[in-house]
Design a protein around this ligand. Structure first.
Ligand SMILES: Nc1ncnc2c1ncn2[C@@H]1O[C@H](COP(=O)(O)OP(=O)(O)OP(=O)(O)O)[C@@H](O)[C@H]1O
Ligand SMILES: [Mg+2]
Length: 427
């Protein structure tokens, strides 16, 4: 654990960048420092690897005062990633990544082998190894920056606005990649951003700082969204707090019904049997159980024109189906995804699928609203629970978390198990 204890930083000109900051940064998870420009985020981060020395207070790493530790060894135990990656322009990608292992005395072959392994880990194609940084896109350079920071397998990773300079789509990809890597490696990551959405997406804990280097609130993201400490934090969080918080509640356990679901070739008896009194629509699936769209029961009357048999493929007039919208993956996606699906659905009902895209049921806005009330009352699964399976695991029948996966936590079917080091995955 990194303990920041009553730390103050006063620069030579008298600027107080950080003021009496106390923060416990847990091992194996992502702690985000977020706040407006100039609030002291970078200063705080740089005091952790002693690029900047505190004017008061102390920082402890696993109980040891950093001030007593040799700076070089300390820096090597902490990977550091900055905006625009800060790569060495005259070195190839593979040699950029191999920098720290080489400094640690590894021979060139072993260091390059490690570098190639890391390129794979951060999603960089091996063919880029011999290029120079200027021959890469901004997003690729940023991945190299992450790989370089991870090269010597440091327990701590310090990241200062690493994804701020890339466009929103690339940024989303980098965030997802970081969460994936973290789910495998479980580093202690201190991540600086001024973007609250990035903080909520990535952070297990979020420290909101305000100008003058004051800590406004330190809490897990769902708590921040549900109970901002004051008007500053509330304002900084922005709108739709309630809806955004739903991302932290799993859809596992949400009631779905498979009754109003038919295949395109359903006969009149099946249609009648499967029509719910409260829902004048039926969800039509293909032969594999993948959703095709919604249809009114009366529009689904089977065709009588046996003719040459060509009609059987499409069965009832699938061209007239209403779009089913983006289904949610039951047990994997959150209540926010389920609600979004229901709100966008022309019938007001959301379509739940399993990991393979097969329909497992449908659910109404009312049912989702009940689940939301249950989640708020603490009856639902808590967020950020680990899932032993890979995120693309097909078995969604287990009560998986809204955010998965983690490496070593409780079994996925332990709905209230607490992980020591919760790890998030892309939402
Ligand atoms: N070397 C320095 N000398 C004097 N003041 C400094 C120095 N470095 C930073 N500051 C000031 O300290 C305060 C905090 O700076 P810091 O870089 O930590 O902010 P930040 O939260 O990282 O901001 P940003 O989001 O813009 O990167 C600012 O007012 C800044 O002007
Ligand atoms: Mg900064």
């Amino acid at each position: 654990m990194i303990r920041i204890e009553s730390v103050t930083k006063r620069y030579a000109d008298g600027t107080v960048a950080v003021d009496d900051l106390t923060l416990d940064i847990p091992d194996g998870s992502i702690t985000v420092l977020v706040g407006p420009s100039g609030c002291g985020k970078t200063t705080t981060l740089r005091m952790i690897n002693r690029m900047i020395e505190p004017s008061g207070g102390r920082i402890l790493l696993d109980g040891q005062d950093l001030a007593q530790q040799p700076v070089t060894a300390l820096r090597r135990s902490m990977g550091y990633v900055i905006q625009n990656a800060g790569l060495f322009q005259h070195r190839t990608i593979v040699d950029n990544i191999a920098t720290v292992p080489r400094m640690l005395g590894w021979d060139r072959g072993r260091a390059r082998e490690r570098a190639r392994e890391l390129m794979d880990r951060v999603g960089l194609d091996a063919t880029l190894a011999k290029r120079y940084p200027y021959q890469l896109s901004g997003g690729q350079q940023q991945r190299v920056g992450v790989a370089r920071a991870l090269a010597a397998d440091p327990p701590v990773l310090l990241m200062d606005e690493p994804f701020s300079a890339v466009d929103p789509i690339v940024r989303k990809g980098l965030q997802a990649e970081l969460l994936r890597i973290q789910s495998e490696l479980g580093k202690t990551i201190v991540f600086v951003t001024h973007d609250i959405d990035e903080a909520i997406k990535l952070g297990n804990m979020i420290a909101v700082m305000r100008t003058g280097g004051h800590l406004a609130q330190y809490a897990p993201p769902d708590e921040l969204l549900s109970a901002p400490a004051d008007a500053f934090v509330e304002d900084f969080l922005g709108t739709d707090r309630g809806i955004r918080r739903l991302s932290f509640f799993t859809s596992a356990g949400l009631d779905v019904t498979a009754t109003p679901i038919v295949t395109a070739d359903a006969d009149a008896a099946q249609i009648a049997e499967r029509t719910l009194p409260e829902l004048p629509y039926l969800l039509v699936t293909d032969a594999d159980g993948k959703p095709l769209g919604w249809a009114k029961a009366e529009d689904l009357a089977p065709r009588t024109d046996a003719g040459d048999g060509a009609s059987t493929e499409d069965g009832a007039s699938t061209a007239d189906l209403l779009p089913h919208g983006r289904p949610f993956v039951l047990g994997q996606d959150s209540l926010r995804d389920a609600l979004d699906c229901a709100v966008l659905s022309p019938t007001g009902w959301a379509v739940a699928v399993d990991g393979t895209g097969k329909v497992v049921g449908v659910t109404s806005q009312e049912t989702i609203a009940t689940a939301i009330r249950g989640a708020h009352a603490g009856r639902a699964t808590k967020p950020a629970e680990p899932d032993a399976d890979a995120p693309d695991a097909a078995d969604t029948s287990a009560a998986g978390p809204a955010q998965a996966p983690a490496t070593d936590g409780p079994a996925p079917d332990a709905p209230d198990g607490d992980a020591d080091a919760p790890v998030k995955a892309a939402r």
